[in-house]
Design a protein around this ligand. Sequence first.
Ligand code: ATP
Length: 140
Amino acid sequence: MKKTFAVIGLGRFGGSICKELSREGMEVLALDLDETKVNEYREIVSHAVMADSTDEFVLKELGFTNIDHVIVAIGDNIQASMLTTLILKEMGIKMITVKAQNDYHEKILNKIGADQVVHPERDMGRRIAHHIISDNILDY
Ligand code: ATP
């Protein structure tokens, strides 16, 4: 059976994950507090809903317990990101990927039990730095 995904938070990072997963034919449930963002993704993903991910009852109503992999892409609101992760963990979601805002956030997410913590800006910066170094070596 095809894996199901949910993306919480439709900023640049969450939005780009939604677009790529959908482009690859995956079933994606996209969720955001912001109605404008939700409307933007209605035509792109399988389901787009406006909701607060820190509300456990709402997540259960939306059928999150049946989702294989949830990506928490909430940025600035670290408290909402942590609470959402905790709720998802307690619901028994098998795979939870969370975007961390800083090192402390990352540490707490690991303690809560996030399966994968990503730090896109930092990781991309490191990758580009390595590319720059290897390009310079080839130039000599
Ligand atoms: P990016 O860098 O990926 O653009 P960001 O790190 O600036 O994003 P934010 O814009 O702060 O992140 O958050 C991403 C999205 O998460 C926003 O669209 C925001 O509405 C949504 N969001 C924040 N809190 C919640 C919540 N409790 N439930 C659902 N969505 C939320």
